[in-house]
Unconditional design. Structure first.
Length: 304
């Protein structure tokens, strides 16, 4: 059973790598706002956790299937519709249950599946330990107002927690104008970014053997910060972009893993993105949304 799970995890990781690289290429297009391209990361992360998909002749996988992959149909309700699993490894004769073509491949997957689950559980335990240690570190924070707290143990403003998130600021911020900082952190809370971070970490932990998945995680976290900045500016107006950038510079100390920090991504990248911010017109929003919708369809469907 464990061996079969790892076989499909390995296949899913290959498909996720292909789609993730294409998302990386799309995000290089500077004209597409980060608050839109950040949604494209849903594609490789869904590919990491969902083994099956709808078949389509317009899928990118249809092109790749001619050379390196094939699909295993798991459900076909009609002649024109089928759901399948991508099979890049192609190391078996039958798949439910898996019967390998040669015994040596079966032995390799036997050993690899045990190594995979041991490392996966170790990473999960380590992440949980870091998460609870992080929350414990701000346990003695003093309340400023509402869900905003001050602590001597933090060096940069950030949102802590998921169910009842707290905005924690360094104690030195008590006398500062924190309105823009609070607006940024409240945007993280509204978007549930802390929950997205933790889910993304757990998903990538299952694909720890794939270095591209860790790269996708890093880029996702960066894009979450950039898109959050853009959402804040969409409310403030681009006439306050410089003021917002200065607030970011003053709060750019430190980086965090499971929390959404005001200074949590590369400062130069964020400031360049802030200063180049432009509000979207309804026409441009429609065009970008249609473009992203096409990418979703092409990359999330399987070979038909």
């Amino acid at each position: 059973m464990l061996q079969e799970i790892f076989y499909w995890i390995f296949n899913m990781s290959i498909t996720a790598a292909i789609t993730g690289v294409l998302v990386m290429l799309v995000r290089l297009v500077k004209k597409i706002p980060r608050r839109l391209t950040v949604f494209l990361w849903i594609i490789p992360f869904l590919r990491m956790i969902i083994p099956f998909g709808l078949n389509s002749s317009y899928s990118l996988m249809s092109l790749l299937a001619k050379f390196t992959t094939k699909t295993i149909v798991v459900y076909q309700p009609t002649d024109n519709m089928a759901f399948s699993m991508m099979n890049s490894v192609m190391a078996a004769d039958t798949y439910f249950p898996i019967t390998y073509k040669v015994s040596v491949i079966e032995k390799v997957f036997d050993v690899a599946s045990v190594v995979w689950i041991v490392v996966f559980l170790a990473i999960v335990l380590m992440m949980l330990f870091i998460y609870f240690i992080t929350l414990h570190g701000i346990k003695d924070a003093t309340r400023l107002r509402n869900n905003i707290y001050l602590s001597e143990k933090v060096i940069t403003p950030a949102v802590y927690g998921i169910i009842k998130p707290k905005i924690v600021l360094p104690s030195s911020y008590k006398e500062k104008d924190i309105s823009l900082i609070i607006l940024h952190e409240e945007m993280h809370i509204r978007r549930a970014d802390n929950l997205l971070r933790i889910l993304a970490f757990f998903i990538v932990a299952a694909h720890w053997f794939n270095p591209l998945c860790w790269l996708f995680l890093k880029l996702l976290l960066t894009d979450l910060e950039l898109s959050c900045d853009e959402c804040v500016l969409a409310e403030l107006g681009d006439n306050r972009a410089k003021e917002y950038a200065l607030s970011l510079l003053e709060s750019s100390k430190g980086r965090t893993v499971f929390i959404s920090a005001f200074g949590g991504a590369k400062i130069r990248t964020r400031i360049e993105n802030i200063l180049s911010f432009k509000k979207l017109t309804w026409f441009s929003l429609t065009v970008f949304a249609a473009f992203i919708g096409v990418i979703f369809y092409v990359l999330l469907t399987n070979a038909g």
